[in-house]
Ligand binder design. Structure first.
Ligand code: NAD
Length: 313
């Protein structure tokens, strides 16, 4: 099949692009390289640098494409609290611009990378797609707005849409910017260096961590699965892990005795997250197979930033 992936040079985009290219598909990637790295892409992925709202570029790239994966986005919850306008412009405006281009060219299906963050801080766990979302950050609002836009525009213009509410993905190649590092690569790096692991919360706050290969398997299934048009579908591990539990595993797999410091403030205002996977199992035949401990070991082994440490090599 012929695919276009926006945000292709990012963590999930490059993992998906390389997987699809390995399977023999024609893969085009678009990314403005605001955070992405084109070196992460296999040589047979056809990469173009550009903005997701660049209509002439999209028209060219979309020729003969059957399915578009839309991953281009600003992705930091804390950063979105400082620059909400930028998050709205890229994550919402970019999505609407892309949908207009899909209509013009006549694309069959778009798969949106949405986020479990849209739920906010709900008591009911595990989180089901029928729960009413209560986003707690501009990032989460932008992802929810993008879901509504793709579904509404898709139904108006006859483009099939699926939104995957991805929970906390991790794995080799995940970006680790100093200004707003995601917890897993940051903790692994700190543990290997013997630095302190800091938790912005009591340590009892939980997340659903899902290994990148499982996310890729869900995205692949979403490109052809029947009966998914207009749906939002949770993609996680289905397992809730507290920060204290994550810290124990990180110290164990890295053989580290780093110190851990807990602050009282909670991260992003969300205390608990666990994905209900009933719909994903039914519609995508999705069965996540990598447990957190194994995923952390695979991350250390496969990510060149980590496997040069003597504890890992
Ligand atoms: P990432 O930052 O590694 O990838 C995003 C990519 O989008 C980057 O390469 C960036 O350069 C590119 N980009 C940003 N603005 C762009 C623009 N205007 N035009 C073109 N490209 C642009 O993040 P990721 O973790 O790979 O996330 C990919 C997608 O999955 C995002 O939409 C994110 O919201 C979603 N998601 C990720 C997670 C996770 O845990 N990683 C969880 C839920 C949802």
């Amino acid at each position: 099949m012929n695919f276009l992936i926006t945000g292709a040079a990012g963590f999930l985009g490059s993992s998906l692009a390389n997987h699809l290219a390995r399977e023999g598909h024609q893969v085009r990637g678009l990314d403005d390289l605001s955070t992405g790295d084109p070196q992460a892409l296999a040589p047979d992925v056809h990469f173009t640098r550009g903005d997701v709202a660049d209509r002439p570029k999209l028209w060219t790239l979309l020729q003969d494409v059957e399915v578009v994966y839309h991953l281009a986005a600003r992705v930091s919850v804390p950063e979105s609290m400082v620059y909400p306008r930028d998050y709205n412009a890229v994550n919402v405006g970019g999505t609407v611009a892309l949908m207009e281009a899909l209509r013009d060219v006549g694309i069959k299906r778009v798969v949106l990378a949405s986020s479990g963050a849209v739920y906010g801080d709900l008591d009911q766990q595990p989180l089901e797609e029928t729960s009413t979302p209560l986003p707690r950050s501009p990032y989460a609002v932008s992802k929810l707005a993008a879901e509504y836009y793709v579904r509404t525009i898709g139904s108006l213009w006859n483009i099939e849409t699926v939104s995957l509410r991805i929970f906390n993905a991790y794995g080799p190649g995940q970006q680790n910017p100093a200004s707003h590092p995601p917890v897993i690569p940051h903790y692994l790096q700190q543990a290997l260096r013997g630095g302190t692991l800091v938790s912005h919360g009591s340590g009892d706050q939980s997340r659903d961590y899902v290994f990148v290969d499982d996310v890729v398997s869900a995205m692949v299934a979403a490109s052809t699965a029947p009966g998914v048009n207009g749906l939002v579908i949770n993609i996680g591990s289905g397992v809730e892990t507290t920060i204290k539990g994550l810290v124990r595993l990180v110290l164990d797999v890295s053989g580290s005795n780093s110190n851990v410091v807990y602050h009282t403030q909670t991260s992003g205002g969300v205390t608990r997250m666990q994905a209900d996977l009933t719909l994903a199992r039914e519609k995508l035949r999705y069965h996540p197979s990598i447990k957190l401990e194994e995923g952390l070991r695979l991350t250390l082994k496969r990510d060149p930033r980590f496997n040069t440490f003597p504890q890992v090599a």
